[in-house]
Design a protein around this ligand. Sequence first.
Ligand SMILES: Cc1cc2nc3c(=O)[nH]c(=O)nc-3n(C[C@H](O)[C@H](O)[C@H](O)COP(=O)(O)OP(=O)(O)OC[C@H]3O[C@@H](n4cnc5c(N)ncnc54)[C@H](O)[C@@H]3O)c2cc1C
Length: 324
Amino acid sequence: MKQVDGEKLLASLGEGVNQLRGRLTPDASMERVTWFQAGGLAELMFQPHDVDDLVTFLKLLPAEVPLTVVGVGSNLLVRDGGIPGVVVRLSAKGFGQVELIGENRIRAGAICPDKHIAAMAMDNGIGGFAFYYGIPGSIGGALRMNAGANGGETSQRVIEVHAVDRHGNVHVLSKEEMGYSYRHTNASKDLIFTHAVFEGYPEERAKIRAEMDAVRQHRETVQPIKEKTGGSTFKNPDGHSAWKLIDDAGCRGLMNGGAQMSSLHCNFMINIGHATGYDLEYLGEMVRQRVFEHAGIKLEWEIKRLGIFMPGREVKPFQGATSE
Ligand SMILES: Cc1cc2nc3c(=O)[nH]c(=O)nc-3n(C[C@H](O)[C@H](O)[C@H](O)COP(=O)(O)OP(=O)(O)OC[C@H]3O[C@@H](n4cnc5c(N)ncnc54)[C@H](O)[C@@H]3O)c2cc1C
């Protein structure tokens, strides 16, 4: 049974939507958006043409309608009941550009793939961006998650971030105002990042190339990058590696329905067939419970979980105790 009704929501927005240049899709499949290829529908998806279009839309959207923004879905678990309200997905045309704007400075649109920044930096002899080469997300996702790898992270390179709030007001945030910490920003949850300026440093191209090759080779060896996955499932607790805690608790390869903790990298959850959002989230909570029983540590989700459960298929925190 459908939990969301996109046609009804669209109709409720009235004639104002006719002035929009972007695309509105009722009951949009989130399976097509997320790397897990699982989960329910977005009640109404909006793909703004550009920043002005986004601002126009937000000004006409009633305050009570929930709003969610997604990037390319490489860190998302969508629940099977779908995502109520509007899901904004930035269009590549309006938000996908990456350009050099001065010595060692790069501006990138929020839906630009991280890889493109890494490539542009290498082409122009700018160091400090090779870590982006291995992260499969978009710049918007990187700004929200403080994405990082191989000793580098977004907070080290970002100078300023441009964003639009829930009411359609434009903001420019400094790196300090982003309040970054490990895989986290203090920036208001209602902000949609539209583009950002980054700064690197002069570096020899051959050295950058070698770094990028090392990043790729490392990933191909230790991560299930060809699987339907959401990247690291849990954050590393202070002083611990999440994968080690999961391994020690006997959860490497653990399965629930179509979901499995990867045998290659056991902090990566994978959809091995037709996993539902329920299968994946339940498995994650089983792992949290087992790690807690084994090591007394409560793992924190790194993957963002969105939407609502199907009735009767709710997942509770730490569900799936070994004693159940
Ligand atoms: C194989 C694999 C390897 C990975 N390796 C790494 C890694 O090494 N390091 C790492 O940090 N991550 C890694 N990830 C996770 C993921 O790629 C990053 O978190 C990435 O930054 C998410 O970007 P996204 O565009 O996919 O965002 P999504 O998954 O779509 O969204 C993630 C969060 O960002 C928010 N968001 C997205 N766009 C915007 C925007 N424009 N404005 C405001 N908020 C926004 C969403 O609301 C959500 O909360 C990996 C994932 C996979 C599948």
